[in-house]
Design a protein around this ligand. Structure first.
Ligand SMILES: Nc1ncnc2c1ncn2[C@@H]1O[C@H](COP(=O)(O)OP(=O)(O)O)[C@@H](O)[C@H]1O
Ligand SMILES: [Mg+2]
Length: 228
């Protein structure tokens, strides 16, 4: 699978099948992680090739791919479009053709599940950034996707908030593809992909890939120190 921009391969992966329950993605800035996330979710079409997620061919079965995967971005404000929590969470259901009342019931049940039923009519702008992330997560979960893709969603949040959101994630049945700069978050994951220059540098169990990645990143840090 290739994604070409300005006659350059920004992503080039020969064949990939994502079947593991917890998959991490690491790599430096510009290594192609967000491009990879967007291709998975059907937000951008690759210029060539195939991607399978579980049993679904993400290129040929585009429609199914889009409804089966939810994505969380780094900045919740880039995905929030409604003034209140219940409207935001219910939007996806409404878009699928559910009646307004059913969309609200769906929103209420996911709020209930997270002990946030009292947020229903809250103005989203009165919530903290961590709380807005949680609203985005609930808006994804209400759609019951099979897979959730996280594109560095918790960068910039404090440690307790990140830990709480990671606990929510850990409890989910869904398959998760989690892009992060924090290797510790991925320590228990089944598989980690390391992207470098749009290529898969390494693909394997967390205990193999993460130490290799961390070691390489630290070596780069040493070099930049020497050139100062
Ligand atoms: N629409 C685009 N046009 C041109 N270059 C792009 C476009 N989108 C991404 N790129 C380039 O592709 C590379 C990978 O980007 P990205 O997937 O955002 O990396 P990451 O998320 O790992 O930081 C970067 O060099 C970026 O500048
Ligand atoms: Mg990115």
């Amino acid at each position: 699978m290739r994604v070409v921009r300005e006659s350059r391969d920004i992503l080039s992966i020969s064949h990939l099948k994502l079947a593991e329950h917890r998959i991490g993605v690491v790599g430096r800035n510009g290594s192609g992680k967000s491009t990879f996330a967007r291709v998975l979710c059907g937000l951008i079409a690759p210029d060539s090739g195939t991607v399978h997620v579980g049993g679904t061919d993400m290129i040929r079965d585009r429609k199914r791919a889009i409804t089966e995967i939810g994505i969380l971005f780094q900045n919740p404000d880039h995905q929030i479009i409604f003034p209140t929590v219940a409207e935001e969470i219910g939007f996806g259901l409404a878009q699928l053709g559910h009646r307004k009342a059913d969309a609200r019931t769906g929103a209420q049940s996911v709020l209930e599940r997270f002990g946030k039923r009292h947020w229903e009519d809250r103005a989203i702008h009165t919530l903290s950034q961590g709380q807005r992330h949680l609203v985005c997560l609930m808006a994804v979960l209400v759609m019951s996707p099979k897979m959730i893709v996280l594109d560095e969603p918790f960068a910039g949040l404090d440690i307790p908030t990140t830990a709480a959101l990671n606990r929510y994630l850990a409890g989910l049945d869904q398959q998760i593809v989690h892009i992060t700069h924090d290797p510790d978050t991925l320590a228990d994951y089944d598989r980690v992909l390391w992207l470098e220059g749009g290529l898969i540098q390494m693909d394997g169990p967390a205990e193999t890939v993460l130490p290799a990645f961390t070691q390489r990143m630290e070596a780069i840090d040493d070099l930049s120190d020497l050139t100062d």
